[in-house]
Design a protein around this ligand. Structure first.
Ligand code: AKG
Ligand code: FE2
Length: 288
């Protein structure tokens, strides 16, 4: 039994997947474009699955949102996570896990988010963007200041499941913007509260759209100001969003998962690494 656990241990397989140069670039720019994290075929399989969630008559279920051509599937309880068995391979991608481990400086990570977006063409709007520049962070709004340490940190990002050409609805980031956020927050006693709790950031440099291909992953620092561009292109952009924290995350994201939270089919699709990332199994089983 012990041997079986050892053989299955995701940690034994965990090695660096980013070069020193990439780690340096991540710290400098606050993001990295990782090319070909999944194959084009796998991206296409996932794209079809996500687009297939839409009713053929284009009825959008009541909880779903549609803003400026950006269609966001939501669960009946308005939660945004889609850990469907067909999409679980994206969550437990080994190369991404290793990159996240390097940047979060721990092998004991938890994964979450799993939200989806289908961005269809949108022909109007004065700015190139469909959202204000913002942060999405787990730091509660009751907390007045960021800690700026590893147990607070999150990594974020998205899989492109379609090729994204310029003005094709891509995610937009401010190169080095995470450092501007840290500077601004540090200089203010209630740094968490600035810019309407960082939901509407004003006065920052213009974000740049990430142009990339199906199967690429855009990895971002959690303090990276970002938004999405309007899709002015004929093709829909399809993306899946993921986030990682360490298992000592201070704001509860790595809390225990209640038994039965994931059904048997979901658990059966999870790899040993996946079961730990989803919190179905604790990190301290097996030989580490
Ligand atoms: O669609 C995107 O690429 C980014 C969307 C985003 O940042 C958000 O909805 O919070
Ligand atoms: Fe966002």
């Amino acid at each position: 039994m012990q041997q079986m656990l050892d053989a299955e241990s995701p940690v034994a397989a965990a090695a660096r997947s980013l070069t020193d140069e990439e780690v340096e670039r991540f710290h400098r720019d606050g993001y990295l474009l990782l090319k070909g994290v999944i194959s084009k075929e796998e991206a296409e399989r996932c794209r079809r699955y996500v687009v297939g969630m839409m009713d053929p008559d284009l009825t959008l279920p009541v909880p779903w949102m549609a803003r400026f051509g950006r269609i966001k599937p939501l669960q009946p309880d308005f939660s945004e996570t889609f850990a469907d068995p067909a999409l679980i391979p994206l969550f437990q991608n080994e190369r991404l896990y290793r990159a996240a481990s390097q940047l979060l400086e721990s092998e004991r990570l938890r994964i979450f988010d799993g939200s989806l977006a289908i961005t269809i063409r949108h022909d109007v709007g004065e700015t190139p963007y469909s959202q204000p520049l913002h942060l999405d962070v787990r730091v509660p709004t009751e907390v007045s200041q960021f800690r700026l340490d590893m147990p607070e940190m999150e990594l974020a990002g998205c899989f492109y499941l379609t090729d994204v050409r310029p003005t094709g609805g891509g995610i937009c980031v401010v190169p080095g913007g995470h450092r501007l956020v840290m500077e601004a927050a540090r200089a203010h006693p209630t740094g968490r509260l600035l810019h309407d709790f960082w939901r509407d950031i004003k006065g920052f440099p213009e974000p740049v759209e990430i142009v990339a291909e199906a199967g690429d992953f855009v990895l971002t620092h959690f303090l990276m100001p970002h938004n999405a561009s309007h899709n002015r292109m004929p093709e829909a952009r399809v993306a899946q969003f993921l986030r990682w924290v360490r298992d000592d995350h201070v704001y509860g994201q790595a809390d225990e998962v209640p038994p039965g939270h994931y059904d048997a089919e979901q658990v059966a699709t999870m790899s040993p690494l996946g079961r730990r990332l989803f919190g179905v199994e604790p990190w301290d089983t097996g030989d580490r």
